[in-house]
Structure formats: C-alpha cells, structure tokens
Design a protein around this ligand. Structure first.
Ligand code: ACO
Length: 323
C-alpha cells in the first residue's frame, strides 16, 4: 500500500445522547457492543465528501498526485445516488473526472472485496495505481427509534492507494456470500422488490433491519474460517500474523473470534469503542489509525477480515512493505 487515510465527521454521538432518546443505557451498550461513541455526518455531508477527505490523506501519504490514479473504487451501501456511482462523483471531486471509477456494494465486507479486486487489477497489469475507498453515511439508513440497531452505527471513510511494486503485498483472499435469507440484515425498501412509497417511508422501511443474534453467531464463525482459509492459501499460519484488522461491528464479536484464533493483546486492532460500526469504512479507518500511530513495520503480516449484509464475509492476507 502506498498510502492510507481516513476521515470521521466532527459531530460525536455518545451513549449518553442515546439515553436521552431511547430506552437504553450506557451500561447496556458498552457491555453488549464495546461502543462508547460514534461520529455522525452533517445533513449536507455526503458519502463522496467523506470519501474525498480520506482519499486526499491517502494520496498525500502516498506521495503521488490524484492524476496518478488509474482507477477509483468506492465500497459503500450508502451511495450518494442509486446511480451514478459514488466513485465517479468522488473522482470528479478529486479533479480526475474521466478516470475509470465504479462502486462495490457488499455491505460491511466491501473493503475486503474491494481490496481483492483492486489488487487483482494491479497484479494483472490493468492499472498501476488504484484508489480504494470505503465510505459510509450509515446514519442515513439508521432507524433512530429502534434501540436494537440505532446505537450500533456511525459514519466515516477510509482510503488506500494501491500501487504496483516489485515486492508483492497482496498474498491471498478468501471471499464468500450467501443471499438465501436477506431478512437477516437489510434495508427492505428502495429496490425493485419493494420500491419506495410514502407508506414505506412512514414505516421506516428505508432503514436498516437486523436479526442481531443470528448475525452475531454467523460473524464469529465466518471470521475464523475466512482468516484460516486466507492464511492457508498464502502458505501461512495464525502464528505468522502481526496484526489482525477486523471489521468493527461489535467488540464481543471481535473478542470471541480473536480468542478462538489465539490472537492476543494489541495484535487485534480495535476502534469500535470510538466509531461504532462504519461498515465498509471500518477496516481502512482502523488501518489508517494503526499506520498513523507508527505501529506498522516492514514485512508485517496483516490479516483483514470482515463480514456483513448479504450475508457476506472475507479475509485478505497482506504483507506490509514500506514504500
Ligand atoms: N438498550 C437496551 N436494551 C436493548 C438494546 C439497547 N440498545 N437493544 C436491544 N435491547 C434488548 C432487546 O430488546 C432484548 O430485550 P428482551 O430480552 O426483553 O427481548 C435484549 O436487549 C437482548 O437483545 P439481543 O438482541 O438478544 O441482544 P444481544 O446480546 O444479541 O446484543 C447486538 C444485540 C448488540 C445487536 C448483537 O446481537 C450484535 O452485535 N449482533 C451482530 C451485529 C452485527 O455485527 N451486525 C453487522 C452489521 S454490518 C452490515 O452489514 C451493515
């Protein structure tokens, strides 16, 4: 990776703020999720705006210009529009309209899928430099009357600039999805199954609905399976991991998976306490913070692992090389 960056909106919503609007407590939220606060975008702040801020940081850290980027990919479930692609809008805001750009929609696994696609585009020689952004305005699809989901989600963006280099960094990928029961985690209305109507909006069918317990169980199992599968494909073992950077959905999910993977201490990156679940942005935000704290060393093995709506899951084994 040539550069990493992130952005979170200024406004912070704490557990105490939720105590004022919902039948909930700081104690319940912290003990069930590990979350203390999350950042919420301004009404006029869009997914591409947040992605732009993260992308600028990643491009600056990469020491290149936006015009050096050959392709822009945005992973998001909260695009600026149904179409055009948020990536096209973002490319224009970066001053590189005309560059190849497309979105990927696979919920919280978006960054893992995006990393696989972007790295493959580079390894196959199609592009020399790809900008991959995970950006989410989850507050726009959160039902703030539903205590079971409202407290979980936040807004933000993370970005990476991937670059062709002699030393290989993308080692392996394991991806999966199972769409046999969309009701586990979805936004019911707004697509072709249930087009948006005034009645649907009044019933909040344009907001996220989730069966939390089922998703929890699936998440722990798939994080472990995907991590082991990606490591095996790269000819590596759990002991080789320098850092695991998991999707930040719930501290208890991360702890349960980390325990079974025998990952201890600060090898597992946690940001869920500060940002909540930011879907496809959570992994690149955590990566950018780890980089910013000066923790990454040449040759470190990072496992990125995620899961989410779809259901979907995936892991990528990555070798960190200083550029
Ligand atoms: N405050 C207080 N009580 C609450 C709250 C709240 N905010 N939310 C739920 N409860 C109550 C429930 O109503 C229930 O009460 P009841 O027993 O009287 O019916 C009780 O707490 C237990 O509810 P559960 O849902 O069983 O609680 P659980 O321990 O499973 O925690 C949680 C819920 C945090 C949602 C957990 O299931 C979870 O994290 N699931 C996975 C979520 C996830 O990873 N989602 C991925 C989304 S990513 C994407 O793709 C967008």
């Amino acid at each position: 990776m040539a550069g990493v960056g992130h952005y979170v909106p200024e406004r912070v919503m704490t557990n105490a703020d939720f105590e004022k609007i919902l039948d909930t407590t700081d104690e319940w939220i912290v003990s069930r999720t590990g979350m203390h606060e999350r950042h919420i975008a301004r009404d006029d702040e869009t997914t591409s705006d947040m992605g732009l801020a993260a992308a600028k940081m990643a491009i600056e850290r990469a020491g290149c210009a936006a015009s050096d980027i050959g392709c822009v990919i945005v992973a998001t479930v909260t695009p600026d529009y149904l179409f055009p692609a948020t990536a096209s809008v973002l490319a224009a805001k970066l001053g590189i309209a005309g560059t190849a750009a497309f979105d990927m929609e696979i919920a919280c696994s978006g960054f893992i899928y995006g990393l696989t696609v972007a790295s493959s585009l580079i390894q196959s020689g199609v592009y020399r430099r790809v900008l991959l952004v995970g950006s989410e305005k989850l507050s726009s699809i959160t039902n703030y009357e539903d205590r079971g989901t409202a407290v979980l989600f936040g807004d933000g963006a993370g970005a990476v600039v991937l670059e062709a280099a002699e030393r290989n960094d993308f080692l392996s990928s394991e991806l999966g999805s199972d769409g046999s029961d969309p009701s586990l985690l979805l936004v019911p209305a707004g697509g072709t199954v249930a087009p948006l109507t005034a009645e649907g909006i009044s019933e909040k069918q344009n907001k996220m609905v989730m069966k939390g317990r089922e998703v929890f169980r699936f998440a722990v199992t798939k994080m472990i399976e995907a991590t082991d599968a990606a490591l095996a494909k790269a000819g590596l073992t759990r002991k080789d991991i320098s850092y695991a950077i998991p999707h930040q959905a719930n501290r208890r999910i991360i702890d349960a998976a980390a325990k079974q993977l025998e990952m201890i201490g600060d090898k597992v990156v946690i940001t869920v306490d500060k940002y909540g679940n930011t879907s496809s942005a959570s992994i690149p935000i955590a990566l950018s913070e780890t980089y910013g704290a000066g923790k990454l060393k040449d040759g470190d093995l990072i496992v990125f692992v995620g899961f989410g709506g779809g259901l979907s899951w995936g892991a990528v084994a990555w070798r960190w090389w200083e550029r």
